[in-house]
Design a protein around this ligand. Structure first.
Ligand code: FUC
Ligand code: CA
Length: 796
């Protein structure tokens, strides 16, 4: 039996422990893009830890009147000096100056915990039984249920994107059995007070938590309002809410800040009117209406893709997720968990990245954070992590969730011009207003574009070309020319213009190179390493293509092509490997490398880039050698990256090995990815990797089941998207494609790689008409009409 769609649920027989370990490993996340919360499910005391994505320390502040995104002025003469020393082979002198290319640390800040909602319940005497808590990712709803002395208690939670509120409903069987107390505690030192809240005709009480972040005066506000159709609801003097003798209790909560993603102040309006407005709207709707609107919105994205894998017995019905996971880690085949984790990555995207005014992209922890000092500040890391967060967005049919990333990258341009000027001497002016921007390894929500405060992890200008690959995908998958022209292309072009000015000619290697360059996050400082060269090459490749599509800047593209042809990013070493540094001879020959280092930055041309593929068989073979050298272990995201890379190698068995490893060493009981600690990128890397195993489209053709492991010899997937807007329903059995449906959402030529597949007969579904098909050089192509659906059958 295949695991049909349905039953996508994480469930457990015990509450999460009420501490940081429980939060990280056991609590269950909900989110609506801007707000997130984690449900613990304690019987006597429920804890709901919550976040709002813009609540940060750092950035502009009264205490930092000179805040300028960490940039230090006038560093570019050092850059020139370092470049000169490197050309002259004076490595020591170059290294001695590298600290001049660092940014400051002052005012960096970090993503913050907003606070907790605690709900204390009075139960009759007796032990709780039949305890279950779960997260149903088909409805984006969490619940907790148990019995005490024959009363069935039930709690439901969801985070609504349409209404921007968290909603909870508590019920108990029998009559008037709910007695509880609700309070809200700030993690920022703010106090909770009773308030009138939003307008509501019946028995209700409301509390409001409001304050300013001590570090930067950011204004925050959360409001929680409670009503019941039966019991008594009262505000208590201590700022809590007491409910007695109720059959049901409905809780609505919302939170916001005065953050605005706009340079240089990054502040907008007092959040209070927004909070009240959301509260009023939500109070005006019946619980069921709120829930229906939430489900409709969520499923509008989530239901686009379904996946079924393998032939294994379905453990999900009779076994809690943590127990199933333990068995899986032990070597059992539980393909349902693979499907669940795949869909969980989509769930987490929808919960942490929704398109709205002033939306921010998902950060290192998505939108979930219980600490004011989270790992890596829970920031935006651009030397793989933010990119990985958006790898599954387009291929798994969630293109609108990518829009916050486009806005965010756009927002780096103004501060990024300051960084370009300070560190590279590339200045934008009234005559040349968009003359080049840059950013480095780590970024905040306050236009922090300077290099990090230690050159060896902090200098990484290729971060910008890299993140641009993600936003270019928006066009590739949707073919939306308006957004390409008005939003994406200007970013691409400005990034390229920077490289037109900062690349230098290197005699030794006969190439245009970026200098200095450092491969994340190990090895020597050299010029033009593979990481930088590959990403810059791809920026030129995609920007030239965009210019051609828009028929813009045609005079410039000739120059751009010339520069691109002088980058030569890929070189093969003496062991047949893709060299990570130009100077590398055999594997392991360079100084300061870490064997099995987690980053595989020299293989970015394989994934997510396009320069290494089956079309370049020698490089593909070399990439395989490099991947084998790095090994199959790594941090959570590292295994996620290798999974995608092996899929692009078209080796399903090896990709599947990475899946087993990632589950084993990188997945916590609540199915969050762990670096360790919890870091959400690996969740997204997994979802993307599964999609890459089933379909690839980055080489201009649709490549079906390119990396199918024997463990998945049967299965079906529907709703994956190929570049060009082709939605695919793929069925396979005994490791062979059995049925294929293609919906053309844009129209245009559909090209399928058929090297190993044979010949296709194509019929248009509604009229049953056979479509003319061209077969050439292992490619089947046919013209499609927008919104038509095609059925393809193989004639072997
Ligand atoms: C990159 C990685 C680290 C970590 C950090 C958030 O710099 O090298 O391992 O994941 O991002
Ligand atoms: Ca690409």
């Amino acid at each position: 039996m295949l695991n049909k769609k349905g039953n996508l649920r994480l469930w457990y027989k015990e509450p999460a422990q009420d501490n940081h370990y429980g939060w990280e490993n056991e609590s269950l996340p909900l989110g609506n893009g801007s707000m997130g919360c984690c449900i613990f499910g304690g019987v006597e005391r429920e804890r709901i830890q919550f976040n709002e994505k813009s609540l940060w320390t750092g950035g502009p502040s009264v205490s930092r009147p000179d805040y300028r995104g960490g940039n230090k002025e006038n560093k570019h003469p050092y850059l020139k000096q370092i470049q000169a020393y490197l050309v002259e082979g004076q490595q020591k002198k170059a290294l001695a100056l590298l600290h001049q290319l660092e940014g400051s640390e002052e005012g960096y800040g970090s993503f913050q915990n907003f606070g907790d909602i605690y709900i204390e319940l009075d139960h009759p005497d007796g032990q709780p039984t039949d305890y279950i808590r779960d997260l149903d990712i088909e409805h984006a709803k969490a619940s907790v249920s148990y019995k005490v002395s024959d009363i069935l208690y039930n709690r439901e939670y969801f985070m609504s994107f349409p209404e921007r509120v968290m909603v909870a409903k508590y019920t108990a069987t029998g009559k008037e059995n709910l007695n509880l107390r609700i309070c809200m505690e700030s993690a920022q030192g703010g106090t909770t007070v009773s308030t009138t809240g939003g307008e509501f005709p019946q028995s209700t009480a409301a509390i409001m938590l409001r304050g300013r972040v001590a570090d930067n005066e950011m204004l925050y506000e959360a409001m929680l309002q409670v009503y019941s159709h039966s019991g008594k609801v009262e505000n208590e003097p201590d700022g809590s809410i007491k409910i007695t003798g109720a059959d049901d209790v409905i809780i609505i909560m919302t939170a916001a800040t005065d953050y605005k993603c706009s340079y240089p102040t990054y502040r907008g309006e007092d959040p209070h009117p927004k909070v009240i407005d959301r509260m009023n709207k939500a109070l005006g709707m019946d619980y069921n209406i709120l829930y229906e609107r939430h489900v409709k919105d969520y499923q509008g994205i989530f239901n686009r893709v379904s996946l079924a894998l393998g032939n294994s017995k379905d453990y999900q019905d009779n076994m809690p997720t943590d127990e199933a996971l333990a068995l899986y880690k032990d070597g059992k085949d539980i393909h349902h968990l693979e499907v669940l984790l795949f869909q969980y990555g989509r769930y987490l995207t929808i919960a942490s990245s929704r398109n709205a005014e002033d939306a921010l992209p998902s950060n290192l922890q998505g939108v979930w954070n219980d600490s004011n000092n989270p790992p890596w500040n829970s920031d935006y890391h651009l030397n793989i992590n933010l990119q990985m967060n958006y790898w599954p967005t387009y291929v798994t049919n969630m293109s609108e969730c990518g829009l916050p990333l486009i806005d965010y990258v756009d927002s780096l341009r103004i501060p990024g011009r300051i960084t370009a000027e300070d560190y590279m001497g590339i200045k934008s002016s009234a005559e040349k207003p968009e003359n080049g921007f840059t950013a480095h390894t780590q970024n905040t929500i306050f236009g922090w574009t300077c290099p990090g405060w230690d050159f060896y992890w902090g200098w990484s200008p290729a971060a910008v070309p890299w993140i641009i690959q993600n936003i270019w995908e928006h066009y590739e998958f949707t073919r939306d020319e308006d957004i390409l022209k008005n939003r994406i292309y200007p970013i691409m072009k400005e990034a390229l213009i920077l490289y037109e000015q900062c690349l230098i000619w290197d005699e030794t290697s006969n190439r245009m190179v970026s200098s200095p360059s450092y491969s994340p996050e190990h090895g020597p400082v050299t010029v033009g390493n593979t990481y930088e060269q590959t990403l810059i090459w791809q920026l030129y490749e995609d920007t030239i293509e965009a210019a051609n599509i828009l028929n813009m800047d045609q005079a410039l593209t000739t120059t751009w092509k010339d520069t691109q042809s002088k980058l030569n990013p890929i070189d093969i070493g003496e062991d047949g490997q893709i060299k990570e540094w130009y100077e590398e001879t055999t594997l392991g020959s360079m100084a300061l490398i870490e064997k099995n280092h987690r980053h595989i930055s020299h293989l970015l041309g394989l994934f997510p880039g396009d320069s290494i593929s089956y079309k370049t068989p020698k490089w593909l073979e070399a990439a395989k050698i490099s991947l084998l050298d790095r090994g199959d272990e790594g941090t959570g995201w590292s295994m996620g990256h290798k999974l995608n890379a092996w899929a692009r190698i078209r080796d399903g068995e090896h990709a599947y090995l990475l899946i087993r490893n990632l589950f084993k060493n990188g997945i916590l009981n609540n199915l969050w990815d762990t670096h360790p600690p919890f870091q959400i990128d690996g969740n997204f890397g997994f979802t993307s990797g599964v999609a890459e195993m089933l379909v690839q489209s980055n080489q201009g053709v649709i490549d079906l089941l390119p990396a199918l492991p024997t463990a998945w010899s049967s299965g079906q997937v529907s709703g994956l998207v190929a570049r060009g807007g082709f939605i695919l329903d793929i069925f396979w059995h005994d490791s062979k494609l059995t049925k294929l449906k293609i919906t053309s959402t844009i129209g245009g030529m559909c090209m399928i790689r058929t090297d190993e597949l044979g010949k296709y007969i194509v019929t248009e579904e509604s009229e049953g008409r056979e479509v003319i098909v061209k077969q050439k050089e292992g490619i089947t192509s046919f013209d499609t009409i927008k919104n038509n659906r095609y059925i393809l059958t193989l004639s072997r």
